[in-house]
Design a protein around this ligand. Structure first.
Ligand code: AMP
Length: 152
């Protein structure tokens, strides 16, 4: 069995597409001598969402959002036996945090979902494009959304 990849990072936005993205990563891990799988979800910092301009302490709300995201991530990852210590919720911008995690943890493959955008939406860019640009390792973009289902 070849082992091109040792540590696969699956990035999920916690939409129903997440299951599809994770399910694409699992056989890749199996083919690579059961490579380690980590799964990550990033939460936007609350202050950032409101322009960093709110004169109140948002820490406890951020903590609640964090806890809620952990529960939702576990709902996605537990059925696939991804250990809790490999499930990560971090605060920040998705592409930057995914890159940071990948570098810090010797990830050699990042798996993301990608909506096949066309026209104006293509110009706006996307998380998957952001992850691809500047990644320090291979990136697998899994087609998701309505077009992804049609491709089945
Ligand atoms: P796109 O639709 O091309 O912007 O990319 C969507 C994909 O980016 C999702 O399927 C995830 O793989 C990843 N993604 C988007 N938002 C997040 C997030 N908050 N945390 C982790 N991954 C994300």
């Amino acid at each position: 069995m070849s082992q091109d990849y040792h540590h696969i990072l699956v990035a999920v936005d916690l939409t129903p597409d997440s299951k599809r993205v994770l399910e694409r990563a699992l056989p890749v891990a199996r083919r690579n001598d059961n490579a380690k799988i980590s799964i990550i979800h990033t939460l936007e910092p609350l202050g950032f969402a409101y322009g960093g301009d709110i004169p109140m302490d948002l820490t406890s709300i951020q903590d609640q959002l964090d806890e809620h995201a952990r529960e939702r991530l576990a709902e996605v990852a537990d059925p696939y036996d991804i250990p809790r210590e490999n499930q990560h919720v971090v605060v920040g911008m998705p592409d930057a945090e995914i890159h940071r995690f990948a570098k810090a943890n010797d990830v050699d493959l990042i798996v993301v979902g990608s909506h096949g955008r066309t026209g104006f939406a293509l110009l706006l860019g996307s998380t998957s494009t952001g992850v691809l640009h500047g990644a320090c390792c291979d990136v697998l973009a899994v087609r998701v959304g309505a077009e992804g289902e049609a491709a089945e």
